[in-house]
Design a protein. Sequence first.
Length: 544
Amino acid sequence: MNMCTPQGQRLAASNMSRSRAILRLLLALCILSCNTSISSSASTADAFLHCLAAAIPPHLLHTPPSPSYSPLLLSSARNLRFVTPGTPRPLAIVAAGEASHAQAAVRCGRLQGVRVRVRSGGHDYEGLSYLSLDPREPFALLDLAALRAVRVDPARAEAWVGSGATLGELYYAVAAASRALAFPAGVCPTVGVGGHLCGGGFGTLMRRYGLAADHVLDAVLVDASGRLLNRTTMGEDLFWAIRGGGGESFGVVLSWKLRLVRVPESVTVFTIRRSRNQSATHLIAKWQEIAPALPPDLYLRVVVHNQDAQFQSLFLGRCDRLVRLMRARFSDLGMVRADCEEITWIQSTVYFAFRSSSKPLELLLDRGTKPDSYVKAKSDYVQEAIPWHVWESTWTWLAKQEAGILILDPYGGGMGSVAPSATPFPHRKGNLYNLQYYSSWSENGTDAFDKHMAWVRGLYKQMEPYVSKNPRTGYVNYRDLDLGRNELGSNVTSYAKARVWGEKYFKGNFERLAAVKAMVDPGDFFRNEQSIPPLPAVKGWNSM
Ligand SMILES: Cc1cc2nc3c(=O)[nH]c(=O)nc-3n(C[C@H](O)[C@H](O)[C@H](O)COP(=O)(O)OP(=O)(O)OC[C@H]3O[C@@H](n4cnc5c(N)ncnc54)[C@H](O)[C@@H]3O)c2cc1C
Ligand SMILES: *[C@@H]1O[C@H](CO)[C@@H](O)[C@H](O)[C@H]1NC(C)=O
Ligand SMILES: *[C@@H]1O[C@H](CO)[C@@H](O)[C@H](O)[C@H]1NC(C)=O
Ligand SMILES: *[C@@H]1O[C@H](CO)[C@@H](O)[C@H](O)[C@H]1NC(C)=O
Ligand SMILES: *[C@@H]1O[C@H](CO)[C@@H](O)[C@H](O)[C@H]1NC(C)=O
């Protein structure tokens, strides 16, 4: 099972009209056809679209009657759960081609009472970058997919990357500029840089180098007033908040300056599969204490699926040393020379995404064109090894016909050496690993839906006694609305209510995030079902 293979199709060149006359017609049609809950604010939509039309070329504005609207809406949506006919849709999509288009979307939105949902790669597990769960709230989608330039400066080991780039596009460009450089971020190449960096971002290099967000040197952002700011002009508080505080809350990040990291020209990967009857239970139980304590150059995750555990590894070195290390630290796994593949770092990104190192690197550039499965995921942090008998009992869950997979991502190493308050991402020292419950399915209909959702939620419930507590923490980039959500109908999001889910993602950093929010967006323009609320001036004054 592979969670990140994009559909094989190439992004078809979409057929976008450039005629102003057609745009005017479309605007008129939209106002007539927008559904009744929004039609009360038809004049809002009208005024918003006219405001935009003054600043943005018509071929970059897409409204529901336009043939380009649906393909664009679906283009980077990753979850069929949120593209059903009943899902509230944006009253317009702004396909930003430059910074001023994003600024106009924010300014016009502020002026006319239309909120803006920002989308980079569209991988949000709850679809928050392209839908609103509250049909009362008219919104526009600001799509950054076209802002995806990557400029690498190999001499300085730095890069500027547009938020709309995917991780695959970033990795490809870095490797094309230098075989000695890499960037430490997520495993799935279609994930967008924008949302990923906003929430932290971890992958195969994290035990050596930490999070993607730990390597941000500067950023360009559109704030709630529509101003374009960089690190110097936004100030260190806001710059802190955008590196792990989750997407949407603080503004639109257009681009990022990154510090690249060094990798050897040859790295080693392996995948070892052990089934339940080959002592997989015992190996997983042992792995929990071994993997987070391995040298930082060695990443060894486990993917549990069916009645199998797959141990997948990236080692920043050669096979000889790896075999010696594995023999010394985890001999029970039985890793041998024949398991090794010595490849380049960029090939290792293909290996992890597509289960083969010999596939072409160009696969990293495939962004996909539409969602092909329903997805639900949840996450936990594990701080003490889960007992053997609990792992033994999970096989029954994994044998179910509707079973998903478990992904165990080892922390330790460079993940533990950063202070929990250095960035909003608090899950550092003391966490053995991140545990992700992930289900994806393609059968439609409520039966399949209910069964898969129940599987994820049921296993998560079962694990409660064995994972982090007070609060039971999770990773904001594995967004989970079961943890709680903002009520969008009220004017400003309630801080007191948001703490319930906010401290699960951010622990003690949640209050500082809310204080930054109060400073930079007190009117709560940038919000969604799990955005950071402004900290009330007098704390505890009411439960607004
Ligand atoms: C198949 C799959 C594999 C994944 N693998 C990993 C992994 O290996 N490691 C890991 O850490 N995570 C992983 N993730 C989670 C991923 O990091 C998050 O879903 C991330 O937020 C996606 O970024 P995006 O730009 O694609 O998402 P989007 O849906 O575009 O955005 C996510 C959120 O951020 C906001 N946002 C987006 N762009 C901006 C911007 N430029 N400025 C401000 N706000 C913005 C959106 O409004 C939304 O709220 C995976 C997700 C999926 C679906
Ligand atoms: C940030 O913006 C200010 C004002 O536009 C500019 O003077 C400064 O050079 C910029 N800083 C960087 C690092 O680009
Ligand atoms: C172990 O499991 C594998 C795959 O699940 C199966 O093919 C094999 O027959 C099993 N072996 C034993 C001894 O049960
Ligand atoms: C399921 O798929 C079929 C065939 O594509 C379609 O006709 C039907 O409307 C779908 N049902 C739901 C509930 O989405
Ligand atoms: C919410 O907004 C409406 C309309 O702007 C306003 O009339 C009302 O007083 C606001 N309510 C609160 C609690 O601020």
